[in-house]
Design a binder for this molecule. Sequence first.
Ligand SMILES: Cc1cc2nc3c(=O)[nH]c(=O)nc-3n(C[C@H](O)[C@H](O)[C@H](O)COP(=O)(O)O)c2cc1C
Length: 433
Amino acid sequence: MAQQPFHMGWFVMKGYGPKGWRNQWGGPNPHGWVKPDLLVHLAKELERAAFDYVMIEDSCNVPYTYKNSHETYLRLAVDSPKLDPSVLAPFMMQATSRIGIITTLSTTEYNPFLLARLTNALDHVSDGRAGWNLVTGSNDGGAQNFGHERQFPHDQRYDMADEYVELVQKLWDSWDADAMVIDQENEIFADPAKVRPVFHEGKYFRSRGPLSAPRSPQGHPVICQAGGSPRGRQFAARWADTIIASAGSVAAMKAFRDDIRQQAVAAGRNPDHIKIMFLIAPIVDEFMDSALARKQARLKEAETHIEFHLANMSRVTGIDFSKYDLDEKLPELTSNGHLSVAKGYSGRTPREIVMQGRSLKDVDLVGTPERVAAQMAEIMAEVGGDGFLVMDPEFTRRYITEIADGLTPALQKMGLVRKTYEHAMLRDNLRAF
Ligand SMILES: Cc1cc2nc3c(=O)[nH]c(=O)nc-3n(C[C@H](O)[C@H](O)[C@H](O)COP(=O)(O)O)c2cc1C
């Protein structure tokens, strides 16, 4: 049965940070992570595989939520340290010509004018392939680096972000597409009539404008969002071109997508303009046996380094998981950080959560490329679209090759993903099907 193709992206866990530094296949130079080479390699390989985009995750602090200390975070490199992703992105853009590069930038850390300018510049240098992963911050330690005592309340952060995006979009629109005439004969660089101040005076932000840079190829760089709470979904349905979705089962994926599409219609948007990408961490290998052995190794790794995972769970929720028994069910949790994540932990034991990791409850994406491709096809047929975001806790060149050269050709042979890009710019490729 012919099936609508789906989109593929890659979620770079731990951002521009150390990758696979204690993994057997992590490479000969563990100190090399500060250079862009590995992530440039990723972008090139995924462009060969015609992926829509690479999303570089980020956070801007050395956390100390777990055991009230930064000890575990630094000793095991738990989401720290990280270099600035907007410095990395241009290297990845320069080395490629079609794939989208999405950079995480927080509305509670960046001033809106600065962010509008930065994302506009990234869109210029990439010829229209830039995206902004719009996050609102979650960890109080992050807020403290920017002069606050803690994060603003969860839902208020989204209210602020609504106004923030309105302002950023006004700044992006403050130059008409044809304002930069560069008429050498008459000595006119830009047509002043086609550039307007924005005079934004809002509840949270003020800015005069116009932007100090001409309109970029996409005009509006692509907006990516990942909020899973009710307020987060409402926000994403209003603004996002693509959504990073985390769901534990096929039914939950379908419910998430249906909900977003319904809210998008209610907000007056075309739901097909939002591509919902589900996080997966597939294991592909030549044989079923070897793939299963890899899965066992991944589980053993999680068991052996359980504090790594507990520290990460603490970081994103603001809850210190060292205070809970590993094998006792957690109470009903709430969070001023990742609310949807905290809700998902409630009623499960910390050990269960760690061992489940990113795998789906009902489909184990483990096996030969053909088998995993067929499983992905089944999931998408059930969910209705729109695609997957590959993430890998190990992140090595070997894993990149397995996805680009093993899984992708299997998906292509089944007609499930594109073989070549339809367009030059990111949003156009996202909307191509
Ligand atoms: C899969 C996933 C990836 C995320 N990546 C980032 C990130 O890179 N940086 C960040 O500050 N927040 C990140 N977030 C946080 C969300 O953007 C959002 O701020 C947070 O989940 C709180 O929203 P919620 O309570 O609506 O789920 C991520 C969330 C999810 C679920």
